[in-house]
Write a protein that binds this ligand. Sequence first.
Ligand SMILES: *Cc1c(COP(=O)(O)O)cnc(C)c1O
Length: 382
Amino acid sequence: MKKIQMVDLQGQYQKIKETVDNSIQEVLNSSAYINGPYVKEFQADLEKYLDVKHVIPCANGTDALQIAMMGLGLEQGDEVITADFTFAATVEVISLLKLTPVLVDVEPDTFNIDIDALKKAITPKTKAIIPVHLFGQVANMDAVMEIAEAHNLFVIEDNAQAIGADYTFKDGSKKKAGTIGHVGTTSFFPSKNLGCYGDGGAIFTNDDELAHTLRGMVNHGMYKRYYHDVVGVNSRLDSIQAAVLKAKLPLLDSYCEARRNAARFYNNTFANNPNIITPTTSSCREICDTCNCHVFHQYTLKITNGKRNELHQHLLDNGIANAIYYPVPLHAQKAYKDDRYDENDFKITNQLIDEVISLPMHTELDTEQLEFITKTINDFLK
Ligand SMILES: *Cc1c(COP(=O)(O)O)cnc(C)c1O
């Protein structure tokens, strides 16, 4: 069998080639490379899809996080709480802005921010919480919003991995991931669930005033051309990427569905293997097949018999790509180490880095590939 990749961007492109090529050609014909009509059109389409008042497109998901924090007026010394087990972008921009990152442990089953750890980390200096909806599953937003309200904190959802997911609140109402907190951010990096063909990102908010501030900030702090009211950045979604995204957005729900179907196949096939713990969709347990609470940006197993590294190599030897997301917890990274941190506070992350392995997960996986991957794993971990 041909090597199986983590993502199959080429396979996905071939199915939408004509539409996307035409859109890109239109941008080339118009030469409106920056802030062309496609940027506004995609912005409006995404606002409608997410049912959010304002989408502010920007250059990438890392910028989106940075600009969101700038827009909220966070200042040097303010503490921002986020999860220890995630991609570094979140803690990176907190540090860049000279805010104080406060990393906390995650839940062992969902890998999302642990609510008790979050509560314990709050001090008088805490100003914001950044829940990361890791691997495509929304964090416990009922609890996060309750805590934020009680302590008057901002909530910035890092939704780079869960665009398209729904969150069902305790009262049964639903919202799209990224539109629950004061502000949400996402990335359109090619391998994300809604990916463009380069870099891209966006910020979401229902707050009119904040949206206005952010729109200026992404554009050098200008609210009127050549009048700079605040310190901003240059962070734009370019027209070609917007054209790609406008063509792909109508397919996002079917992309999420394809990922969920692959995840269901994996879950069923590993169900009886005692050495494997399959992903939990804990926010809604029994109804998760229909409620869309997990859009499987990654499909991540826990290997409990200590053979994770051997499995990683065995899969590579058999032409099956796989990855360890993430091999080092953020609190232990050279750039983010700090005497404030106590290893005892990171029991779960420290365990996860030894147990997790992410399997191929994308919209083009077929049954033959899934059967080969699962058989290879079940045979190896008998
Ligand atoms: C990908 C990602 C980012 C950064 O997005 P870029 O567009 O690559 O800058 C931020 N946070 C999380 C959780 C991500 O997965």
